[in-house]
Design a protein around this ligand. Structure first.
Ligand code: NAP
Length: 310
């Protein structure tokens, strides 16, 4: 049995290696510094392995992303194309994502910033009505996370609809697809939630053309990837009042540089890519299962299609 390489960009892989050993003591899990013979590497479990390294492991049998997305893996053009790539599919992550999106939608809908400002001035308004019927949540991406979010929005009593690449029939949910479907969904939505994978087709999809179709005062929630958003178009839409606020968890450059204008813009609800961090215990269960499957000649959970990019 080969080496299980564990690499987490900008972080110590030790807690992950310990958890792998705890759940599967027979696995030979190691960090990048302790790999030894590259030919011994059988599985790479990684978040942002430096580009060019995958191809140095001639016996690599699985690339396991430490995330729901695989854009960081596919961005390595030297990646050996024959090695299967799997992403994390974990109900724990879906629940966390639901909480993050609900937090943003409720903050905007219940005008929490306005409420806090009144508190600061000890003001006590009367006749406040929050119009829940005006909350129409359009979810871009109806995969594992997007469907969970759309359902949760319905459970909160809001209208929800979605958009995917392929035509879909999901009970109780209006599903759109294609460019026309995207335009229709944007025109219908007062909240747009991006839960798409980052691919050449979805890069820059959150742009002026989309925002112009939305009702004034809408909310954008980007929990997909920073590359989905055209930042200048967002600022213009906020300045024009087309968008009232944007909840951003992901950014083109991460960590977001200290001087970036998003840090100080009160219209932006900013979180540091924490919408749905993977859980070491539950994600490691997926890793262990996928190693078992690869060794048995079975397809791993979360196997992606490199041609589609997700
Ligand atoms: P998933 O199950 O693979 O679902 C992806 C969805 O996007 C599918 O419905 C797919 O359509 C749709 N899609 C892909 N390309 C499209 C296109 N060109 N046009 C229209 N729809 C398209 O992925 P997931 O697990 O839900 O995760 C989604 C993304 O969330 C990840 O890729 C990642 O970028 C992001 N994410 C962020 C965080 C965070 O902490 N901020 C955490 C986890 C994930 P089909 O159904 O037709 O294939």
């Amino acid at each position: 049995m080969g080496v299980i390489l564990v690499h987490v960009a900008n972080a110590d892989p030790a807690p992950w290696i310990d958890e792998l050993r705890r759940q599967a003591p027979d696995l030979d899990a190691r960090g990048l510094d302790a790999v030894g013979d590259p030919a011994a590497v059988e599985v790479a479990i990684t978040w942002k392995l430096p580009h060019g390294l995958f191809r140095t492991y001639p016996n690599l049998a699985l690339i396991q992303s430490m995330a729901a997305g695989v854009d960081h893996v596919l961005a390595d053009s030297d990646r050996p194309a024959h090695v299967p790539v799997a992403r994390v599919v974990d109900p724990w992550m879906a629940r966390s994502m639901v909480h993050q999106v609900a937090l943003a939608v409720l903050r905007w809908h219940r005008r929490l910033d306005w409420v806090e400002a009144m508190r600061a001035d000890a003001r006590w308004p009367t006749g406040v009505v929050f119009d829940a019927d005006a909350v129409r949540v359009g979810v871009l991406g109806l995969g594992h996370l997007g469907q969970a979010v759309a359902r949760a929005m319905q459970d909160l009593g809001f209208a929800a609809a979605g958009w995917a690449r392929s035509p879909k029939v999901i009970d109780g949910l209006d599903c759109h697809h294609g460019p026309e479907g995207l335009r229709a969904l944007a025109a219908w939505s007062s909240v747009l939630v991006c839960l798409l994978p980052l691919t050449p087709e979805t890069e820059g999809i959150l742009n002026a053309e989309l925002f112009e179709r939305m009702a004034p005062g809408s909310l954008l929630v980007n929990v997909g990837r920073g590359g989905h958003l055209v930042e200048d178009d967002l600022i213009a839409a906020l300045d024009a009042g087309r968008l009232a606020a944007a909840a951003l968890d992901v950014f083109r450059t991460e960590p977001l540089p200290a001087g970036h204008r998003f840090w100080s813009d009160p219209r932006i609800y900013l979180t540091p890519h924490i919408a749905s961090e993977i859980n070491p215990v539950t994600a490691t269960r997926v890793f262990v299962e996928n190693i078992r499957r690869i060794r048995a000649g079975d397809a791993p959970i979360g196997l992606i299609d490199p041609a589609k990019g997700y």
